[in-house]
Design a protein around this ligand. Structure first.
Ligand code: OKP
Ligand code: ZN
Length: 353
C-alpha cells in the first residue's frame, strides 16, 4: 500500500494542553509521526509520497464534511488570536468559555464577535491548542486522506494517510481532542464522490469517533462504527453510547461498541468481529479505518491493554473484510511504540491480502 504523508504536520506543534486545572505537556507531539515514518522505512509497505491535491479539490471536499462558518473560523483563527493581544503570538490559542446548548439558547447563526467566545462556540474541550500552523497542517493532512481515498477508488487494495493532527473528533462545526479537520470523513466522502455507494468507517482508536459519528449521523450512505472506551468514564464522554444508532435517514447506520476501561485483547477482538459483521451486512463497497494505536497497554492517556503483537492480528482481521481500505493515522501516545504498533497493523493487513 502507498503511504500519503504530510510533511507540514510539523507546523502543528503545540506547547501545552489544559488538563484538570493545569497546563501539561501535549501528548499529541510531532515525534509520533517520526516514529511511524521510521518504522515504515524499516519495514516498507510500498511507496511513501506526498499527496497532489489541488486547492479547489481540497476546498470542495472540506466543504462537504465541515460547515463554511467553521472552516472560515479555523482559517482565520490564529490571526484573530494574535489581534486580540500581540503577546498571544507566544501562546497557543485555547478556549475558556463555551455556549451551553439548549440552556442559553445559543445559535450558531448568531456568533459573538469576541474571538475567545467564538473559539468556545466551535470547540468542545480546552485540551486542543490551536497554533500558528494548525490550519495549514490540518489542511495538508486532509489532502493526504483525500489522496489515499482517490488511490483506493482507482483500484488500490489499500492506502495509508500518515498525518497529524488526527481528525476523528472533529465534527461538522467543532474541534477538540487534538483534531481540527476530520481526515477519515474526508476519505469516506471522497470514496462516495468517486462512486462507492456505501462506505463503512470502522474507528479503532481508544476514544469514540464523535466527530465522524456526528458528520454522518443522518446519512445512510456512510455506516459509522466505533470501538472505544465507555464514554461513561472515558473521553470524549458525551457521545459514544451503544444506543446512538443514527437519526432520520441515517437511523440504523451508526454502531457504537463501548468497552470498559481495562478491557484486554480478547473482548476487544470480539467487538471487532461484531463491527466487521455489521460492515458485511451493510454491503459496504469500501472501508475507512481511523487507526488509533492508543488501545496499547502502554498508552499514557487510555485504558485498554493491547500488546504490540495484537496489532498484527487486528490488521489481518480487517483484511478478512476483503474491502478496499483507507487507513488514517489517529491517536497513540506511547510515542516510542506508536510506529511499531501502526506498522504491525498495516503489515498485518497487507500480508494477509
Ligand atoms: C484524541 B484521539 C487525558 C485528557 C484527554 C483528550 C484526548 C484526545 C484523544 N489526559 N484529552 O482520539 O486519540
Ligand atoms: Zn484516541
Amino acid at each position: 500500500m502507498k503511504t500519503f504523508y504530510n510533511p507540514d504536520h510539523i507546523l502543528h506543534a503545540a506547547r501545552q494542553e489544559m488538563f484538570r486545572g493545569r497546563m501539561v505537556a501535549c501528548h499529541e507531539v510531532p515525534a509520533r509521526f517520526d516514529f511511524v515514518m521510521r518504522e515504515l522505512e524499516r519495514r516498507p509497505l510500498g511507496k511513501v509520497l506526498q499527496p497532489s491535491i489541488s486547492d479547489i479539490e481540497l476546498d470542495a471536499i472540506l466543504a462537504s464534511v465541515h460547515s463554511e462558518r467553521y472552516l472560515n473560523f479555523l482559517e482565520g483563527a490564529w490571526a484573530e488570536w494574535v489581534a486580540m493581544d500581540p503577546a498571544n503570538v507566544e501562546r497557543d490559542a485555547l478556549p475558556s468559555v463555551w455556549p451551553m446548548p439548549n440552556r442559553h439558547g445559543f445559535r450558531t447563526d448568531r456568533l459573538p464577535e469576541n474571538f475567545a467566545a467564538r473559539m468556545g462556540a466551535f470547540a468542545f474541550d480546552s485540551g486542543c491548542p490551536l497554533t500558528a500552523g494548525s490550519w495549514t497542517a490540518a489542511r495538508k493532512g486532509a489532502a493526504c486522506a483525500m489522496a489515499a481515498a482517490q488511490d483506493v477508488a482507482a483500484g488500490a487494495r489499500s492506502a495509508f494517510a500518515l498525518t497529524r493532527p488526527p481528525g476523528h473528533h472533529a465534527g461538522p462545526d467543532f474541534f477538540g481532542g487534538y483534531c481540527f479537520l476530520n481526515n477519515a470523513a474526508v476519505a469516506a466522502q471522497t470514496l462516495r464522490d468517486k462512486g462507492v455507494e456505501r462506505v463503512a468507517v470502522l474507528d479503532v482508536d481508544y476514544h469514540h469517533g464523535n466527530g465522524t459519528q456526528t458528520i454522518f449521523y443522518e446519512r445512510p450512505d456512510v455506516l459509522t462504527i466505533s470501538i472505544h472506551g465507555d464514554p461513561l468514564t472515558e473521553y470524549p464522554y458525551y457521545l459514544g453510547h451503544a444506543d446512538e444508532r443514527g437519526a432520520g435517514a441515517g437511523e440504523g447506520f451508526n454502531l457504537n461498541l463501548p468497552l470498559a476501561h481495562g478491557t484486554g485483547f480478547m473482548p476487544w477482538i470480539r467487538a471487532l468481529d461484531q463491527a466487521l459483521d455489521a460492515v458485511h451486512h451493510y454491503k459496504a463497497g469500501a472501508l475507512v479505518v481511523p487507526m488509533g494505536l492508543d488501545t496499547f497497554e502502554g498508552d499514557p492517556i487510555s485504558g485498554f491493554t493491547l500488546k504490540s503483537g495484537d496489532y498484527t492480528t487486528i490488521g489481518r482481521r480487517l483484511a478478512d473484510a476483503d474491502l478496499p481500505t483507507v487507513f488514517t493515522f489517529e491517536g497513540g501516545y506511547a510515542v516510542d511504540e506508536v510506529g511499531v504498533n501502526a506498522v504491525n497493523l498495516l503489515a498485518g493487513f497487507q500480508n494477509a491480502a
